[in-house]
Design a protein around this ligand. Structure first.
Ligand code: NDP
Ligand code: MG
Length: 394
């Protein structure tokens, strides 16, 4: 029986993964090792019971009593805290879903790779902050790393059977989000409710806002660079409002392979779950006649400066991805908290990167996870200062 763990099971990707596992037979077909969540204890306990998990872990110590109550009599072990999540990741499983949001997903993912199984990677922040370390760890322990981000799953699929040397360019698509047609003036007044409402995809709050600001696409440019190891100038973004094509590969003979699919993450999750075979996934089938048209437009880096900042990170590499992501997370916290306008998020990230660049700390290559975590910490502190400077300058 195949053993699985799901980190971030209570989130949007986690729920979709759980859905596929249950449809695939649930506890009769899979042995569930660990499930982790954070605040949604009721759902975590329900899922742990449904899959008869060995252990359920919450990220927060203060949630442990509730988790214990919810799992009383089930025989399922409980634990709390980031250390406990890392320990849960140290329990070997054949297939692990990494779907915690943010840099918090890095350590458990790295831990899981050491057991040489398959890591289905939704947590793009792992690749952005520590791409070379993550890839090297997977190689060292013979682990299989599979992309779950829809664009990266699409790139992976379009590359199957192809020679990498024949690839000229990789194009990932962006829906353009809810503000695709907003003027800069309109963008100054964007509210949280507007930013969370994605036109095509149903996702967690943070990635939905990142999609609206195109910070998500910025992370995905870096993710593409790190996962597939193409040069930065081979990687492009095209705005494609229908979100039907997820990525395209341009070859040296002028041909382009495109990957199409419905805007349902269960396709990419299912692909990673069934890999190396293809298995049935219950997503809606595309009705191309009804879709009728596929449109494309160039991204606008003036209204969406995150894309320009990502280009710098792709060139600099080193610890700049960790700094970029941490600064973005702090700016996003402040936007969600109502302390920073939508457009100021990119200004704060840019200011943070230039402060750190003046200290010459961005281009240093990480030799260990501690280097990445150190930069994550420093960049969060620096970004908090950049937020204060921004607020004082108003
Ligand atoms: P959600 O916000 O919906 O879920 C996040 C999960 O992580 C939840 O289980 C949450 O627990 C848990 N969590 C939150 N904070 C912490 C923490 N500090 N430590 C440990 N666990 C924590 O996110 P998504 O599912 O949308 O995204 C997950 C990852 O997948 C992200 O990296 C995202 O970029 C990526 N991704 C998501 C896509 C999507 O369609 N949603 C598409 C492509 C990539 P709880 O809910 O119990 O508080
Ligand atoms: Mg994506």
């Amino acid at each position: 029986m195949r053993s699985i763990s799901i980190f971030g099971v209570t989130g949007s990707i986690g729920e979709n993964t759980f859905d596929l596992i249950m449809r695939g037979g649930g506890p009769a077909a899979y042995r569930t090792v660990a499930l982790t969540g954070a605040r949604n204890i009721k759902r975590l306990a329900e899922m742990a019971r449904a899959l008869d998990a060995e252990i359920a872990v919450t990220a927060h110590e203060e949630c442990l009593p509730d988790l214990r109550d919810a799992l009383a009599g089930s025989g399922i072990a409980c634990a709390a805290g980031q250390g406990a999540i890392a320990e849960a990741a140290d329990r070997p499983a054949d297939w692990v879903m990494s779907a915690i949001v943010g840099a918090a997903g890095l350590v458990p993912g790295m831990q899981a790779l050491r057991h040489g199984g398959t890591l289905a990677l939704a947590n793009k922040e792992s690749l952005v902050t520590a791409g070379p370390l993550l890839m090297a760890t997977a190689a060292k322990y013979g682990a299989t790393l599979l992309p779950v981000d829809s664009e990266h799953s699409a790139v992976f699929q379009a590359l199957l059977g192809e020679e990498k040397a024949a690839v000229e360019r990789v194009i990932i698509t962006a829906s353009g989000g809810p503000f695709r047609n907003f003027t800069l003036d309109q963008m100054r007044a964007i509210t949280l409710a507007q930013a969370v409402a994605h036109p095509n995809w149903s996702m967690g709050q943070r990635i939905s806002i990142d999609s609206a600001s195109m910070f998500n696409k910025a992370l995905e440019l870096i993710e593409t660079r790190e996962f597939f190891d193409f040069a930065p100038n081979q990687i492009e973004v095209i705005v494609h409002p229908q979100s039907i094509i997820h990525a395209l590969i341009g070859f040296c003979d002028g041909g382009i392979m495109a990957h199409l699919g419905p805007a349902d993450m269960r396709h990419a999750i299912g692909f990673a779950l069934h890999w190396p075979r293809r298995g049935p996934v219950p997503v809606e089938r595309l009705n191309l006649a009804r879709i009728a048209a596929l449109n494309f437009e160039a991204p606008d880096e003036t209204r969406f400066p995150a894309l320009r900042l990502a280009r710098d990170v792709m060139e600099t590499r080193g610890l700049s991805g960790a700094a970029f992501n941490a600064a973005k997370e702090i700016a996003l916290d402040h936007f969600i908290g109502g302390n920073l306008p939508f457009l100021a998020m990119a200004e704060v990230v840019e200011d943070t990167l230039s402060r750190l660049s003046r200290q010459n700390s961005l281009q240093i290559a990480a030799t260990a996870l501690e280097d990445v975590l150190g930069m994550d910490h420093l960049a969060r502190k620096t970004a908090a200062e950049a937020v204060k400077t921004w607020q004082q300058g108003r």
